[in-house]
Design a protein around this ligand. Structure first.
Ligand SMILES: NC(=O)c1ccc[n+]([C@@H]2O[C@H](COP(=O)([O-])OP(=O)(O)OC[C@H]3O[C@@H](n4cnc5c(N)ncnc54)[C@H](O)[C@@H]3O)[C@@H](O)[C@H]2O)c1
Length: 380
């Protein structure tokens, strides 16, 4: 006997097909196989700036149609969920149009280049039935969600401090040419919006609170970069290569955060520590299957930090692999993020971080930006 499966498909449109467009598309292709149940993504239409690139990427990524105009995606009747994987200055217009057309939206971080645009996006989401999520994937790793459970269970007592740096060497070489990421007009802030935004998402997720007060500082290390479009010419870098801030949270926790895009040797150097009255948890994204834990029950003379290696006991690791030690990677975490969104669409439930939660993150970035200009503490 043969029978057909129940149709739980959801039509997908992806806009922008670089690093993140590929990551989203891989997640859409894999999520039903990994999680077994739930909505099944159907790759409808992909968009990039030229028909040639869009056509090639449709073939590569498994979409049935392509376009060089993002409006074709948000207005497409067969599309229910739109991924926005384009440069930051395009997010707001696309997201607002997609929500107005009744679509769900998975938007890459940061939400936009200005607080005004991010606020407009959150307002559009509030008046739409569409679900929204911002791509803060470093909160979706089973190691990190396990850390949150340990905190909620009181394993490290009352959290007293949050300390996090995220350093990368993407732009460490001063000979690398200028890109849209180094332009306030196209990208907004530099390492603040691009890198520190992830740190703030982790801060909010782990403390279950929001940063309320900051004092920030910026450095532009490479003030001019070669213009790849004009031999011998340079272009000005007008946003931050490095950012640092002291922070206060609404719940009384204090800490400090920092980010850099010009740190040689750091590849995905997102490292955080949570200090509590009963213990400490440490994490390093370059070893994303491990957590380090020390509690007051440990013998300071004989015990050091113990390593918790993530495995099937740390949900949703078991959806991917039956045994520990095989390890998840970045793309797997992107699948976890998508699963959260698809589950919320199916169950009509909340998902974190929605555009409303993302706006709280943007407000912190904006406060750091204002503080770095004025050298003063700023309320978020
Ligand atoms: N969550 C993460 O870990 C993470 C990592 C990297 C980038 N990002 C974010 O993802 C977004 C994209 O970054 P990326 O690294 O993929 O960039 P990318 O340069 O690799 O890709 C961007 C793509 O968008 C296309 N594009 C530009 N304007 C477009 C338009 N108007 N319509 C259709 N296509 C357009 C480009 O041709 C390119 O293919 C950014 O917001 C970035 O901050 C998030």
């Amino acid at each position: 006997m043969s029978s057909s499966v129940k149709d739980k498909s959801i039509g997908i449109g992806v806009i922008g097909t670089g690093f993140m467009g590929k990551a989203h598309s891989i997640a859409y292709s894999a999520s039903a196989s990994v999680f077994g149940t739930g909505l099944r993504p159907r790759l409808e239409i992909v968009c990039d700036l030229s028909p040639e690139r869009a056509s090639q990427r449709a073939t590569d990524l498994g979409f049935s149609r392509y376009s060089d105009t993002w409006r074709d995606v948000v207005e497409d009747d067969q599309v229910h969920l739109v991924s926005i994987c384009t440069p930051n200055d395009t997010h707001a217009e696309i997201a607002i149009a997609a929500l107005a057309a009744g679509k769900h939206v998975w938007c890459e971080k940061p939400m936009s280049t200005t607080l005004a645009d991010s606020t407009a996006m959150a307002n559009a989401a509030a008046s739409s039935a569409g679900k929204t999520i911002v791509g803060y994937n470093y909160t979706k790793n089973p190691a990190v969600t396990h850390a949150r459970r340990l905190i909620d269970d009181g394993v490290i007592g009352r959290v007293s401090g949050f300390f996090c740096r995220y350093d990368v060497d993407n732009e460490a070489d001063g000979n690398r040419p200028w890109s849209w990421r180094m332009s306030r007009a196209q990208s907004g802030t530099g390492s603040n919006g691009d890198v520190l935004s992830h740190v703030i998402s982790v801060a909010h997720f782990l403390t279950n609170s929001s940063i309320s007060r900051v004092v920030g500082d910026y450095t532009i290390v490479h003030k001019e970069r070669a213009d790849s479009q004009a031999t011998g010419q340079t272009k000005v870098v007008d946003n931050d290569d490095m950012v640092a801030a002291l922070i206060h949270f609404e719940n009384g926790v204090k800490g400090h955060i920092g980010a850099s895009r010009v740190t040689w040797g750091r590849k995905c150097g997102l490292r955080w520590e949570l200090h509590g009255t009963e213990g400490t948890i440490i994490y390093d994204q370059e070893r994303l299957n491990e957590l380090k834990l020390f509690t007051r029950q440990d013998n300071p003379a004989t015990d050091g930090f113990r390593t918790i290696l993530t495995g099937p006991l740390h949900e949703p690791y078991a959806a991917f692999l039956p045994n520990g030690g095989h390890s998840l990677g970045y793309m797997d975490v992107k699948i976890c993020e998508l699963h959260d969104l698809l589950s919320a669409i199916e169950a009509k439930s909340q998902v974190w971080p929605s555009f409303s939660d993302g706006l709280k993150i943007e407000r912190v970035m904006d406060a750091v930006d204002r503080s770095a200009q004025t050298n003063k503490w700023v309320d978020v």
